[in-house]
Design a protein around this ligand. Structure first.
Ligand SMILES: Nc1ncnc2c1ncn2[C@@H]1O[C@H](COP(=O)(O)OP(=O)(O)OP(=O)(O)O)[C@@H](O)[C@H]1O
Ligand SMILES: [Mg+2]
Length: 253
């Protein structure tokens, strides 16, 4: 489904992604972990070309893009495959929940208004917000805003959803409802790449954990392999410092 080959991205002489290779199969839930500045957000953003990498290949669901000679058509095709959920939701403050969800349906996919509204309401219902369709973001809790963000991502029928720390800006009381919605989407078979340090969540739904450090994925495996038995010294150190390395006994959901 996704294949990334030798992906490189630098800002000036700062090499942020240093030849990343990585594959995701259809229906997999891959969690990216790693220290601040490791390049996790940059990796997600290059996958839909919000940030342009300097070199490497990105293939998503049959669309192959070579960074060294990319066309507008390539970028458009690649973007049609993915949707992103941001840490700070990035909703339009002057649009209702429903309008935020239907924005791309109306303006990009050229749905007529009635059809867009119907789909938007279905999606809000799916994230438990059918009664908030006419509310503006300022009148929604953080957890509700993030669920609107997830409904907006679902609206474009993506092949993969990229989540960048979707719960880290939330008050603890709102984390559960967002993870719950993500869990439902995962169960429906959506392919997901999630930057998250939410251990319980990662443990319960991730099929693979990849540890990114210094611009490269230096270790990957099942959550048990990476969290209970990390092999690389840098992974061990990160998990210890982040207090994520845990004994099997602690590992109870
Ligand atoms: N637009 C930019 N211009 C210059 N440098 C950037 C830009 N975006 C990111 N960087 C740098 O690239 C590196 C990787 O940033 P990135 O945001 O991908 O890290 P991250 O792993 O997501 O970190 P965090 O856990 O703090 O979110 C950082 O050193 C950052 O300062
Ligand atoms: Mg980040």
């Amino acid at each position: 489904m996704i294949k990334v080959t030798n992906l490189k991205k630098s800002y000036g002489d700062h090499q942020v992604l240093d030849g990343v290779n990585f594959e995701v199969k259809k229906g997999e839930i891959v969690t990216l972990i790693g220290p601040s500045g490791a390049g996790k957000t940059t990796l997600l953003r290059t996958l839909n070309w919000l940030d342009a990498p300097q070199s490497g290949l990105i293939e998503i669901d049959g669309v192959k893009v070579d960074a060294s000679h990319v066309t507008k058509h390539d970028i458009h095709a690649l973007r049609s495959k993915t949707a992103m959920v941001f840490q700070h939701y990035n909703l339009f403050a002057n649009k209702t929940a429903l309008e935020n969800v239907t924005e791309s349906l109306v303006y990009v996919q050229k749905f007529d208004k009635a059809k867009a509204k119907k789909k938007g309401l279905e999606l809000l219902d799916r994230v438990g917000l059918a009664d908030k369709a006419e509310s503006y973001p300022a009148f929604l809790s953080g957890g509700q805003q993030q669920r609107v963000g997830i409904a907006r991502a679902l609206a474009v029928d993506p092949q993969v959803i990229l989540f960048d720390e979707p719960t880290s800006a939330l008050d603890p009381e709102w984390v559960g409802e967002v993870l719950g919605v993500m869990n439902e989407i995962a169960k429906d078979g959506m392919t997901m790449i999630v930057v998250s340090h939410e251990m319980r969540f990662v443990r319960s739904i991730a099929t693979k954990v990849a540890f990114l450090d210094g611009g490269n994925i230096i270790e990957q495996g099942t959550p048990d392999e990476v969290f209970l038995n990390p092999k690389n010294e840098r992974t061990k150190q990160f998990l210890k410092v982040a207090n994520l390395w845990t004994s099997a006994d602690d590992y109870v959901i």
